[in-house]
Design a protein around this ligand. Structure first.
Ligand SMILES: [Zn+2]
Length: 320
């Protein structure tokens, strides 16, 4: 057993709240919706998540509450595990899980959520923890603590774009660039827009991601494009390949979040929902949601295809 799996088991043994929340995941209901041959969306009803989906976060990604990721505010039962290769981050067991193993990886220092400053670390941890998917939510697209740098890691085998990989690529990914160690694809036929990046070389993948994020900022004239990115990264041990999914976002929340009456849906899509693992904290939303509404939700929050194409056309044929 690896150190983090051992740590997970120890934390659950001494922390009743976390243990109950992991056990209550067994009560989750789910059903799958298919859109064509490549796009599977798993709808999940998980009532414990209501706090996260309706968190009060301003348009600028600010929060009005004490930070729950700072070490001095952690509950007494919560321990932090040091990580290989970094003094700046610690591993925590997430007490409000959506996966059988769910971790939060906050920086030791209280500093704002950012993607690019610690990008290489995310890849190296994905390589070390190859049974997990690492994911990042920008401050304006799903982060529950945009004021404190952190990312998350959750069990493989549930998020459709990860567990159906690489089968969905045949219809869902159009090759864009092959640059030495890195292959970049444009996502298509998936309701969501973005890019798939594959590489045996983490440094090459990070270079592509930095360039795409910079081009995204230029395209939408936003000086803080990192705050509008969802990123998922995992490692395929069989062929020693990193796989990353990059979703640039148009909106934080879909129009139906702000609707009143029966049209309202309590949902705040983040990396997990972009992966096709769509969590509804309210059972009425889970039961009533239609395929057409789901199509509209993704259309509301994803960058339009014309912008994706404009950015893709500007991606250099080779990067230094
Ligand atoms: Zn903090």
């Amino acid at each position: 057993m690896t150190a983090y799996q051992d740590f997970f088991r120890q934390q659950l043994a001494v922390w009743p709240l976390a243990r109950q929340n992991y056990e209550s995941q067994r009560l989750a209901r789910y059903r799958d919706l298919w859109f064509g041959d490549s796009c599977r969306i798993r709808l999940i009803c998980l009532p414990a998540r209501i706090g996260s989906s309706s968190a009060k976060i301003t348009a600028k990604g600010e929060v009005d509450r004490p930070c729950f990721l700072c070490a001095h505010r952690l509950p007494p039962e919560q321990q932090a595990l040091p990580l290989p290769g970094t003094e700046d981050f610690r591993l925590l067991v997430n007490p409000f899980p959506v996966f059988p193993q769910h971790y939060t990886i906050p920086s030791v220092a209280h500093r704002p959520q950012a993607l690019l400053s610690d990008l290489e670390l995310r890849f190296s941890l994905a390589g070390e923890m190859s049974d997990l998917v690492l994911f990042y939510n920008g401050g304006r697209c799903g982060a529950s603590a945009p004021d404190h740098q952190h990312f998350q890691a959750g069990s493989k085998g549930l998020m459709p774009l990860q567990c159906d990989y690489p089968a969905w690529k045949a219809q869902g990914a159009r090759p864009l660039r092959q640059t030495g160690a890195c292959q970049v694809y444009v996502l298509e036929n998936l309701l969501r827009t973005g890019w798939l990046i594959e590489s045996h070389d983490a440094t090459a993948a990070c270079r592509q991601i930095r360039t795409l994020v910079q081009l995204f900022g230029e395209q939408v004239r936003d000086e803080a494009p990192e705050s509008r990115i969802n990123l998922l990264v995992w490692f395929e041990p069989a062929d020693k390949r990193f796989v990353a999914l990059l979703f640039p976002r148009l909106q934080h929340r879909p129009a139906c979040f702000y609707a009143e009456g029966p049209q309202q849906r309590v949902t705040s899509p983040a990396s997990v929902e972009m992966s096709g693992y769509y969590i509804f904290p309210r059972s009425s939303d889970y039961e009533q949601i239609t395929p057409e509404e789901l199509i509209q939700i993704y259309a509301d929050v994803c960058l339009p295809e014309k912008d994706i194409e404009a950015i893709s056309a500007r991606l250099p044929m080779s990067l230094p």
